[in-house]
Design a protein around this ligand. Structure first.
Ligand code: TEU
Ligand code: CA
Length: 555
């Protein structure tokens, strides 16, 4: 297996709108991020992934871009960006940009041109079709954020495709001019000195020419057989690699909804010359009661099966990202651990142990290192996210699901859980802003905040710091071979990592019960690298406390 810096790195994801506000307008910004770089350096991460910071009307918080080479007004200026990049590099931190090129904003100049007439030079930059008849869109596809995936446009009396909101028209990647424009723009950022790209829904850029109705699931037809891993996807990625990526020492991670382990070997194979790693959702996108909306936890045996398949099938062949949460997911500790005061810290540490000892590049989503929790939303108007707002109206107001049934599902899965402001200290608005934040601060900020946790050596923060440091000392964490033990246990997640020189035993109690465990012979008397309890692991037969976890090394 090739050794590379991006396999050894730990990535920290920043959602700029909610990270740090420097000027009191209630919206996080670039200067705010620069002011907190020392905090990230102290934590020990290597790379920062910035969610989009480009000019945008913010229909989907920056994932709808109207100018790829300008900064969003609320976030600052290009000078602020240059300063951020410079200050990051001064500290040995790299910056990876979000690249959103499946779609643009409908306010992007390409789209304004494209819709202005059917023979405009930019017409073919997007995907236009005639309706089935005067009143019906070209087919039955539904968009990711609710409603149809087609929007009628008066000017030319045709429909355009938008797999996300109607303010996010899909680009036509079959047009070589689109590819050239995108590659030139990427080159421009690389020449500025950025360190990589996280590519938004990159598995969806190539669409089939035929666009038949999809199988109806929920309210609309499913577009995925025609738009996900489409006919030219690998050709376009290899072209991007050849024309841009291969010329720089950068890392690339493809957000690849729908990817299987087989396909990952193509997208992010050791030698396929496409991307460095995939970012896949098999664990977090398990279907629920109402589409993605559910309040049910995934059983541990199921979780282990999914995780283990990615661990074993990619070994030596392709590379994966490791994450429990991001800006589209609920908070890790609320979803996979236990966010009650009694177990929040210990279960957050257990989850971190479980993930950071696996094969793949770990991602920490802002606030996860503090054990930040889901938000106690009280009413529909508390939500800011287009997906949550549309889902509530689609399921409750149109489809007649009762508020009582849907509400717990929305609370459990809403993307806004991850988007509440970073909790810096116990002052008003958690030290995030001197003004009124664009989305409410979690009321638990007096107990859970960076100031308290950086000062407390037993905090979740210091536990993450220690895990990151261990990764630098023990190559087996990056390159070792994974093996699952106790497959059928409903309480324990136990696995080993093995290299020529060292073998690790990773033990995590996912349950709220005391659970017995026998340490395998070969690890008896082995030193403990990290544990979330005051415990020594010298005896073979032990009782694990709720959410206890530890790692032994028989180097
Ligand atoms: O998300 C893509 C994606 O697959 C989402 O549908 C995701 O599964 C969903 O948000 C989970 O609820 C990316 C970005 O990460 C997301 O923030 C954007 O809204 C989306 O693309 C459109 O750009
Ligand atoms: Ca601001």
């Amino acid at each position: 297996m090739k050794q590379t810096w991006w396999k050894e790195a730990v990535i920290y994801q920043i959602y700029p709108r909610s990270f740090m506000d420097s000027n009191g307008d209630g919206i996080g910004d670039l200067k705010g991020i620069t002011s907190r770089l020392d905090y990230l350096k102290y934590l020990g991460v290597d790379v920062i992934w910035l969610s989009p910071i480009y000019k945008s009307p913010n229909d989907d918080n920056g994932y709808d871009i109207s100018d790829y080479q300008a900064i969003m007004d609320e976030f600052g200026t290009m000078e602020d960006f240059d300063e951020l990049l410079h200050e990051a590099h001064q500290r040995g931190l790299r910056i990876v940009m979000d690249l959103v090129v499946n779609h643009t904003s409908d306010e992007h100049k390409w789209f304004m041109e494209s819709k202005s007439s059917a023979d405009n030079d930019y017409r073919d930059y997007y995907i236009w079709r005639e309706g089935k008849d005067d009143t019906q869109p070209p087919n039955n596809w539904g968009s990711c954020f609710g409603g149809p995936a087609w929007q009628y446009d008066e000017t030319t009396k045709m429909y355009y495709l938008h797999l996300f909101s109607k303010k996010q028209p899909d680009l036509n990647w079959d047009n070589p001019k689109v590819r050239k424009n995108v590659f030139d723009m990427m080159t421009w950022w690389c020449d500025k000195g950025i360190d990589g790209f996280r590519m938004d829904v990159i598995s969806m850029i190539s669409k089939t020419k035929e666009m038949p109705d999809g199988k109806v699931t929920g309210f609309y037809g499913d577009y995925s057989p025609y738009c996900v891993h489409g006919p030219n996807i690998h050709r376009y990625l290899r072209e991007m690699n050849e024309k841009v990526l291969s010329k720089y020492d950068i890392m690339t991670v493809g957000e690849t909804p729908g990817v299987t382990t087989e396909l990952a070997k193509q997208y992010a194979g050791e030698d396929t010359k496409e991307l460095n790693m995939v970012f896949q959702f098999e664990l977090v996108d398990t279907p629920g009661k109402y589409g993605k909306w559910t309040d049910e936890k995934l059983p541990l045996t199921e979780l282990k099966k999914i995780m283990s398949r990615w661990q074993t099938e990619l070994y030596g062949e392709a590379w994966n990202s490791l994450f429990w949460d991001n800006h589209d997911q609920p908070r890790a500790v609320s979803r996979f651990g236990n966010d009650t005061p009694k177990y929040r810290e210990v279960s957050a540490k257990m989850l971190a142990t479980c993930l950071h000892m696996m094969q793949g590049t770990p991602y920490i989503y802002q606030g996860e290192e503090l054990g930040m929790t889901n938000y106690p939303f009280e009413k529909p108007s508390d939500f800011r996210d287009i997906e949550s707002i549309n889902a509530y109206s689609e399921w409750c107001e149109s489809a007649g699901v009762s508020h009582e049934d849907f509400w717990p599902c929305l609370l459990f899965r809403s993307r806004d859980n991850a988007r509440t402001p970073m909790q810096w200290d116990d002052s008003e608005e958690a030290g995030f802003t001197a003004g009124t934040p664009w989305i409410a601060v979690n009321p638990n900020y007096k107990e859970i905040n960076a100031k308290e946790e950086t000062a407390n050596p037993d905090s979740v923060f210091h536990y993450y710091k220690k895990l990151i440091a261990l990764r630098k000392l023990h190559p087996v964490i990056v390159y070792g071979k994974y093996e699952l033990l106790l497959e059928d246990s409903k309480e324990l997640y136990v696995y080993t990592r093995t290299s020529d020189k060292e073998k690790l035993l990773v033990v995590c109690n996912f349950s709220e019960q005391n659970t017995s465990f026998t340490i395998p012979e070969e690890f008896i008397g082995s030193p403990c690298l990290i544990s979330n309890m005051e415990n020594t692991y010298n005896d073979a037969d032990i009782i694990l406390k709720p959410y206890e976890s530890f790692v032994l090394s028989n180097e």
